[in-house]
Design a protein around this ligand. Structure first.
Ligand SMILES: Cc1ncc(COP(=O)(O)O)c(C=O)c1O
Length: 547
């Protein structure tokens, strides 16, 4: 069971200076600083603590925050330490059964306050078993959710300030820092000038919560732009294009935007393009739709698909988009992060013809959940689609035309001060280190790929560009059904060990295993151990094949 050492030392009065002396924590770990608690940590029935005058409990007390904040930071630091030192206590993929928590927690919320100790005990005993440890060094599933000390501190500062910067006025720094930091990041990615707030056009960046929100807002912007031109009644004629590898959020965004399901064209891909969208299929589909009176208005290209990190070729897709006046969105949620390295920048060559570009800094830029920068070439397309101007949000500033009100660039009104953590990540690491973190991950993936390639029982299924390896146990005598079944079994077997977590996908009917490097604690030894576990569980099949 997870035991955060520091927490116990501090909260339970081991003479280390955290108990009692400051008036906030008594010897048995119960908070007493606000006068609501008696010596044994229980609130008495008449509202008075040991006969003393009751002081109303404060939800935000700076000294209590200091005390308990330290405890919480220690708890989290111990978590990261234990993930590395005692991996046996942390099955990477949670092994609990559905509904496990219901029996462990009361039916209703407590009427009286409980102590932080009680709560953290419950986290250790009841919550931790139901955690899939995305930050474990042996986490290789989906795409990582990368964390860092800088990202964590940024989240902490954000939670502490807790501003709601929906308009410039509601926290000028929140808006202005976001503009500046997204210009910084755009420069690191060598995005075209038209995406920068300082560029000649009307471009700019905004941090969306997630990639799903990013694609939704640009679909809405593009939809309204075309409807303004052709008339609202032609909504049923609007057509969009992606590939059969495009993230499912694209379809959802289109449906929310009123695009008819049968007008969502997901073009077929296969191994001949390494699962990238074939530009010829796109042009053919557009010509066909135009001939039938449809109105093509949106293309969603992906750099680093969710399934296999495939790359759609932006240069020809951009030329097609330009030729037909179609909005081109580039979803680079995962691989966009790698494009801060000059050697990977080529994957977004052609971005000049895109109308919007999105990446998830929480996936691979160490910016903790969630942080999804989106850049648009024409901010007014977004604003026209999403602006609301109720009287209660009206304000006048001397240079009104020059202020950004981010509420008009996104769905929700309330917004977090996410640029703080991105700013902290960029400053506290520097771009050179960030590039090297990414390169390390790619090298580790290459290392794994080499293991796979050297074992004749396995095969690498796609050409690897970044830190994802798609592989499988190879078919025996061309039997694809048996091969799929074996890979399915292998996946379940390795994940049930709790020692590693990998995921899967399907490509051209093949059940494929995915090994994605991206957790911040992963080192070569974890990759080697992972391969040994996979090989060991695969030996059941490979032995049978030989005898
Ligand atoms: C290519 C791609 N696009 C979009 C998304 C969705 O991002 P989010 O989970 O931030 O909504 C993902 C998630 O993995 C992705 O891989």
């Amino acid at each position: 069971m997870f035991k955060p050492q520091h927490m116990y030392d501090r909260e339970f009065g081991t003479g280390n200076g955290y108990s009692n002396g400051n008036g906030y924590t008594n010897g048995n770990g119960h908070t007493n600083g606000n006068g609501n608690y008696n010596g044994n940590g229980h609130v008495n029935g008449n509202g008075k603590a040991n006969g003393a005058k009751v002081v109303k409990m404060k939800p935000m007390d700076s000294e209590l925050l200091r005390e308990q904040g330290h405890i919480m930071v220690d708890f989290i630091a111990d978590y990261y330490k234990n993930l590395q030192d005692s991996p046996q206590d942390f099955p990477v993929l949670s092994q609990v059964q559905p509904g496990y928590l219901r029996d462990m927690l009361p039916d209703s919320a407590p009427e009286r306050p409980e102590s932080l100790k009680e709560l953290l005990d419950d986290v250790s005993k009841k919550i931790m078993p139901g955690i899939t440890h995305w930050q474990s060094p042996s986490y290789f599933a989906y795409y990582a959710s990368s964390t860092s000390v800088a990202g964590f501190l940024g989240e902490m500062l954000n939670a502490g300030l807790s501003v709601v910067g929906f308009t410039w006025l509601t926290s000028p720094a929140a808006t202005e820092l976001e503009i500046i930091v997204l210009d910084w990041l755009a420069k690191l990615l060598q995005l075209p000038d038209h995406f920068l707030s300082t560029g000649k056009g009307n471009g700019g960046g905004v941090i969306q919560g997630t990639g799903c929100e990013a694609v939704l807002v640009v679909v809405l912007a593009a939809r309204d732009r075309i409807l303004k031109k052709v008339g609202k009644t032609l909504l049923p004629q609007l057509v969009v294009y992606g590939s059969d590898q495009t993230h499912s959020s694209f379809r959802k965004a289109c449906l929310i935007g009123g695009i008819h399901e049968e007008n969502i064209r997901l073009l077929k891909t296969d191994s001949s393009t390494n699962y990238g969208m074939p530009p010829e299929s796109l042009e053919e589909a557009i010509s066909h739709d135009l001939a039938k009176g449809f109105i093509p208005f949106f293309i969603c290209a992906t750099v680093g698909t969710t399934s296999s990190a495939a790359v759609d070729p932006l240069v020809p897709l951009g030329n097609i988009a330009k030729k037909y006046g179609i909005w081109l969105h580039v979803d680079a949620a995962y691989a966009g992060n790698a494009c801060i390295c000059p050697e990977y920048r080529k994957f977004i060559d052609g971005i000049e013809n895109a109308d919007s570009f999105n990446m998830n800094a929480h996936k691979w830029l160490f910016a903790n959940q969630t942080c999804s920068p989106l850049w648009v070439k024409d901010r007014y397309s977004l604003i026209d689609a999403l602006k609301t101007n109720p009287e209660y949000l009206e304000f006048k500033v001397s240079k009104k035309d020059t202020v950004v009100n981010y509420k008009d660039w996104q769905i929700s009104l309330s917004r977090r001060f996410r640029s703080l953590k991105l700013w902290m990540v960029l400053r506290l690491y520097g771009s050179e280190n960030l590039r090297n973190f990414i390169r390390d991950h790619v090298n580790l993936a290459k290392h794994f790929e080499d293991y796979v390639a050297q074992d004749p029982s396995f095969e690498v299924v796609t050409t690897r560009y970044f830190s994802l390896v798609c592989f499988r146990l190879a078919p025996v005598d061309g039997d694809e059904d048996q091969c799929n079944e074996r890979n399915r079994e292998l996946l379940a077997a390795v994940n049930s060990t709790g020692k590693i977590f990998i995921s899967h996908t399907a490509l051209s009917g093949k059940f494929v295993l995915r090994f994605a490097v991206g957790a911040p604690l992963t080192e070569e030894k974890h990759v080697t151990e992972a391969w040994q576990i996979i090989q060991k569980h695969a030996s059941k099949f490979t032995r049978n094949d030989h005898y």
